[in-house]
Design a protein around this ligand. Structure first.
Ligand SMILES: *Cc1c(COP(=O)(O)O)cnc(C)c1O
Length: 367
């Protein structure tokens, strides 16, 4: 039976649309009240001293590296399996990404591999909370801290995720979130930075807006900054959705539990959630065994109207990084390679119901 089950859909309701329309009618499209209101929401919900809204999470990560003074000759540790942006930002400041393999069942950076990859050129660590599950950020911060290395959390897809009841994004020096439509709440494009450090926060505000300073009462430009601002109608969309975040995450958990219970095919390895963490299921990601071919499965499910896809990339195997660093990715990062070549992201969002998810599970059981 042909169905229409897309991989991902944003959760947008009439209330969201009305609020966006109100901003459009007001004529105040940038640097208006909803950027500040969204910053307040992130501050309050995370108990952090500062929040800075920017145009996307890649901009947030890029500014983080800039502000920490990371430059050519420096090394930054990143997981070998993530969205490409995590490593691209290291290239953008001229530094070298040092790839570290992931854990096979959580798809997150393997903290035990961290120490052996730290050199006297290492200047930061960017752990990722992949697919909405917190990595072992507590352990990663302990290790990085013992070398006095700052941690920039790539929490782009982990809004609401926690380890030991502490929010992702609040463990490191800086936390970066994305509001892209594939994430739990969205502003279209959008990103948010949180930090407890005032000096750093001031630099974020400055650099997102061309290097502006108004401290002396007049406008001055004290740095060569960027335009990484978000429009106010975009901020209004995320602000409106933020109020439903818990409900969205709860609904997705209910659907994810159906996958966890109903997918019983031994050829499909299910994701594992460590006991000290909650999964926010930004992506429901499974592994196919050696008998199943990733692209064949994607095509097979497409015949039934079910959209699936690769979850994330083995970054050192992408053409740019492969040409530049010539790392033998499948050998050096076996788990990242496996997640890249055997991983499958399943449809999971608030526009699906129990029956939809059940039918996906049943088709997967027939593979
Ligand atoms: C989505 C995502 C990004 C990029 O976020 P943008 O807002 O699209 O720039 C970076 N890292 C990870 C892990 C992501 O999932």
């Amino acid at each position: 039976m042909f169905q229409n089950i897309p991989l991902s859909r944003p959760d947008i309701n009439e209330q969201d649309i009305n609020l966006v329309n109100n901003v459009l009618r007001s004529g105040k499209l940038v640097q208006g009240e909803y950027v500040s209101k969204l910053e307040e929401e992130f501050k309050n919900s995370h108990g952090s001293s500062h929040a800075i809204v920017v145009s996307n999470a890649t901009a947030a990560l890029h500014l983080s590296l800039k502000i920490l003074g990371i430059k050519e000759g420096d090394e930054v540790i990143v997981p070998a399996f993530s969205y490409i942006a995590t490593a691209n930002v290291v290239e953008l400041v001229g530094a070298t990404p040092i790839f570290v393999d992931i854990n096979e069942t959580t798809f997150n950076l393997n903290a035990e591999l961290l120490t052996r990859n730290i050199t006297n050129r290492t200047k930061a660590v960017i752990p990722v909370h992949e697919f909405g599950l917190a990595c072992d950020i507590k352990r990663i911060c302990e290790i990085a801290g013992s070398y006095k290395l700052p941690v920039i959390e790539d929490a782009a897809c982990s809004l609401g995720a926690k380890q030991n009841d502490k929010h992702t994004g609040t463990f490191g020096k800086i936390g970066c979130f994305s509001l892209h439509p594939r994430k739990s709440i969205t502003s279209g494009e959008g990103g948010v930075i949180i930090t407890n450090e005032e000096i750093i926060a001031k630099k974020f505000f400055q650099l997102r807006n061309h290097g502006i300073s108004t401290i002396s009462g007049k406008i001055d430009f004290v740095d060569a900054g960027y335009n990484y601002r978000l429009t106010d109608f975009q901020a209004a969309l995320a602000f409106s959705q933020f109020k439903r975040l818990d409900a969205i995450l709860e609904y997705k958990k209910m659907l994810a539990d159906i996958y966890l219970r109903e997918i019983t095919n031994p050829k499909i390895l299910m994701p594992q959630v460590p006991k000290d963490r909650n999964h926010t299921w930004q992506t429901f990601h499974v592994l196919l065994d050696e008998t199943l071919d990733q692209f064949t499965v994607i095509e097979q499910l497409k015949q039934y109207g079910i959209e699936t896809n690769i979850g994330a990339q083995c970054i050192p195997a992408q053409t740019y990084f492969r040409n530049k660093y010539t790392l033998n990715a499948s050998k050096l990062f076996p788990n990242a390679w496996k997640a890249y070549t055997k991983g499958l992201a399943l449809p999971l969002h608030t526009k699906l119901n129990e029956t939809d998810v059940l039918s996906v599970a049943q088709l997967l059981n027939k593979l």
